[in-house]
Design a protein around this ligand. Structure first.
Ligand code: HEC
Length: 197
């Protein structure tokens, strides 16, 4: 065999197909220079990769998508914490009872209740197999308005027995404190605290 035949031949396609010497089972192998347009996109892709890697991963020039999301999440969490702190400053049993007598707030609370709470507590608040009745004046974790608010906000305490094995989810994360408080105001409007409590 000619030892020269293993060297790549730098001929272009225009000169006709360049073939290597060997043939296996009738299969021949091309051996020619790739078209320039192809090589051009290939080199651009390599340059792009290097640039991207430097900009996003090896320098502080730009934030990567993950860093952007983390920064946004931090802002959201800060805002949530502030909202909760402001809410807790403002809220007590008396405010919740006042809210339960305010038709606008009760209407907002009813909307939250219908979409989020009714599935387990029933549209009439009488409970289902999954969630306790909110009309029976028996409260598993305290019956003061703020007890109800804290239960809705933070969920059942870790050591709670729950109801039929089910515990209350912490809704604060999902709904935010304001919607939780309004949902409780709606419950209180349907089942006002009895004065002897
Ligand atoms: C996935 C079902 C489910 C959903 C949805 C749900 N709850 Fe509950 N809830 C429960 C369970 C189970 C309990 C009993 C928890 C326990 O005893 O520890 C409970 C308990 C309560 C209690 C105390 C009841 C009592 O008799 O002591 C209140 C008040 C309450 N939920 C309000 C709400 C509000 C307001 C919402 C909507 C924001 C809501 N729940 C959504 C399942 C649910």
């Amino acid at each position: 065999m000619n030892p020269e035949s293993n060297k790549p031949v730098n001929k272009s396609v225009k000169d006709g197909p360049v073939l290597r010497d060997h043939v296996f089972d009738g299969i021949e192998e091309f051996d020619q220079k790739l078209p320039n347009w192809w090589l051009f996109t290939f080199y651009i892709a390599i340059a792009f990769y290097v640039g991207y890697w430097v900009i996003y991963y090896s320098s502080d020039l730009l934030q990567s998508p993950a860093e952007k999301i983390n920064a946004q999440m931090e802002l959201i969490n800060d805002a949530k914490k502030k909202e909760l702190a402001a809410m807790l400053d403002e809220l007590d049993n008396k405010v919740l009872i006042q809210w339960s007598e305010n038709a606008d707030i009760v209407a907002e609370g009813e909307a939250v209740f219908k979409t989020t709470c009714a599935a387990c507590h029933g549209a009439d608040l009488n409970g289902t197999a999954i969630g306790r009745s909110l009309m029976d004046d028996e409260w598993s974790h305290g019956g003061e308005p703020m007890d109800l608010f804290n239960l809705v906000l933070n969920g059942s305490p870790a050591d709670a027995e729950g109801f039929n094995g089910q515990k209350m989810t912490a809704w604060g994360e999902n709904l935010g404190p304001e919607k939780c408080a309004k949902a409780v105001a709606y419950v209180l409007s349907k089942n006002p605290p009895k004065s002897e409590e």
